[in-house]
Design a protein around this ligand. Structure first.
Ligand code: ADE
Length: 236
């Protein structure tokens, strides 16, 4: 039977949800050389990106996200991926701390490959529409906004990122979504992103300060939101 794969980068983001969904640690899904951690529940698997062996911190970012989701999809029979986690939000597109959004597009803002006369620039931005009916239903039934989740491998942003985020019409900024959108598109699996705002990209505080302040509240918000998302997905 087809199952749901929930992908969350950080342990702190996942912990309240793991207990709310009564998930238990599992082994054998992913190659043991990889640091990712998996949990099983009723017709669902949750994976986190685990810890970095050198620094001991969470493996955030696009490489662990793509690797973990790709390995899980290659191994198990999943028909939907839910990628949830925190994000920066854009005040100019209506976001505030604690807002939830369900992306309709994933795109990168830090892959600059400009070679005139080629499509490498477009390849770098790597835009993928996420317009499947499941994501649309979740957005509609739970009353969340859509828009672009722009992805890069940095928590902060430099002016060249800002220009591409604006070109992407970004509503949210994270470090995983666009890479997972590419993996899901390769496997032909539906993706539903659920992003909770911890910090304001176009606000006046450094991202890391607001992020650390609001991480706990955002994780609790995911604990409440994801079971509702699963309920909606069960109707499809
Ligand atoms: N996750 C939470 N806030 C973020 C931000 N500002 N940029 C990237 N990822 C984030």
């Amino acid at each position: 039977m087809s199952k749901l794969l929930i992908s969350i980068a950080m342990e702190a983001e996942a912990a309240p949800l793991i207990s709310a969904l009564k998930l238990t640690p599992s082994t054998g899904l992913l190659p043991s050389a990889l640091p990712f951690v998996s949990y099983e529940g009723d017709n669902m698997t949750l994976i986190t990106s685990g810890k970095d062996a050198v620094t001991g911190v969470d493996n955030v970012g696009t490489i662990p996200a793509a690797l973990s989701v790709s390995h899980a999809l290659a191994t198990g029979d999943y028909n939907t991926v839910v990628n949830c986690g925190t994000c920066g939000g854009f005040i100019k597109r209506g976001m505030s701390i604690g807002s939830v959004m369900i992306p309709t597009v994933g795109a990168f803002h830090d892959r600059r490959i400009v070679i005139p006369g080629t499509k490498f620039e477009e390849y770098g931005v790597g835009k993928r529409e996420v317009t499947n009916a499941k994501a649309a239903l979740v957005r509609e039934e739970l009353g969340y906004v859509g828009g672009c989740c722009t992805t890069g491998d940095s928590l902060d942003h430099v002016p060249t990122d800002d220009a591409q985020m604006e070109a992407n019409e970004a509503v949210a900024k994270d470090m995983e979504f666009a890479s997972i959108a590419q993996v899901c598109s390769l496997y032909g699996v539906d993706l539903v992103g659920v992003k909770v705002v911890t910090d304001l990209v176009d606000g006046d505080k450094p991202s890391f300060e607001e992020f650390m302040e609001n991480l706990g509240t955002a994780a609790k918000s995911l604990q409440e939101t994801i079971p509702k998302v699963i309920e909606v997905l069960a109707k499809k």
